[in-house]
Design a protein around this ligand. Sequence first.
Ligand code: NAD
Ligand code: IPM
Ligand code: MN
Length: 361
Amino acid sequence: MKKHIVLLPGDGIGSEVTSAAQEVLEALAEEFDHTFTFESKDIGGSAVDKHGTPLPQETTDACRKADAVLLGAVGGPKWDANPPHLRPEKGLLSIRKELNLFANLRPVQGFSTLLHASPLKQEVIENSDLLIVRELTGGLYFGTPSERRNNGTSVVDTLAYERSEMERIVRRAFEAAALRKKHVTSVDKANVLESSRMWREVVEEVKDEYPDVTVEHMLVDAAAMKLITNPAQFDVIVTENMFGDILSDEASVLTGSLGMLPSASMNETGFGLYEPVHGSAPDIAGQAKANPLAAILSAALMLRHTFHMEQEAQRVESAVQEALEQGYHTGDLNVPGGQQVNTQQMTEAVISLLKADSTTQ
Ligand code: NAD
Ligand code: IPM
Ligand code: MN
């Protein structure tokens, strides 16, 4: 099959992990006789430096024409004092909005070999396998532009949602749960926020369409606590944009590192932008220390969700698992023994295991 993929490396470790994922996809294409073509475009701080905007029009145009998009990360101290429209993060928010990528799927699946890498007790995390379904194009992140202001003494951000925006993400969560353990935990702050009260109503309405799926409502503060005290109670968590952002970094602790968490940002049609959950990690950028697995696992999500190449996705995921089982780990993973490797060596380990797998089948 022929597929055209736009790469948006972005800033910091973004380019390091994106090229790792590209190498894995190239090796996979060879194994399975696919043709994957790649085109890199600018986004984030590097686009501000080069084009004077964090999201050049040609980047958006290229993404629209692509079969899928793979993003690294944006941001860094160099641009932290920039005005809002020239911040790298604005580029990421704009591409999500432009492409209507409202459904952000963040699977949090521990690898058995990494149980000890988490600071949490093994018995707490060992049966955890959850999916965070985060609303990605509404809420506080976007608000009502005319109401967003900062005059020096007072400042306003608005949390706005259309009912229809809630319905489509909640439905996506129920659909995912129906294919998993059939349980949805809807996370909100309905004891305080009007938007959360409507969110609850929507969940109550949509649940009737999925009689096989059980539902529970949970306040976000309690959810933050339960996520690390009893993660096994969760199957699918559905929540609004900001809560989902915070809870997903917290959930990464279950897997041993933020460098392990992939994500898929999708629209209604199945088109997706695939991005690791982590950021540009300025503290380790340029040092070959970045864990490429979140980006590589994001590429696996691309294979599964947009290209419908389930076998290929599983091949990538098993190669990652085997690399970890063989003791390969980057510095962010607190694994005793084994072999600590850099970004490139981890990528090579995954590629060679991916190829070895085909010879044994
Ligand atoms: P971060 O995710 O970049 O880093 C948090 C910590 O995790 C750091 O110690 C970092 O070294 C470590 N880490 C993250 N990814 C890693 C990996 N793959 N391998 C090894 N270690 C890894 O978050 P931050 O430091 O709060 O933010 C830095 C910049 O990234 C900010 O400008 C922020 O806006 C941006 N950011 C971008 C995205 C994105 O583009 N999707 C996501 C989050 C943060
Ligand atoms: C993420 C990031 C982004 C977000 C930032 C960089 C805008 O933290 O993808 O989780 O908050 O959505
Ligand atoms: Mn985040």
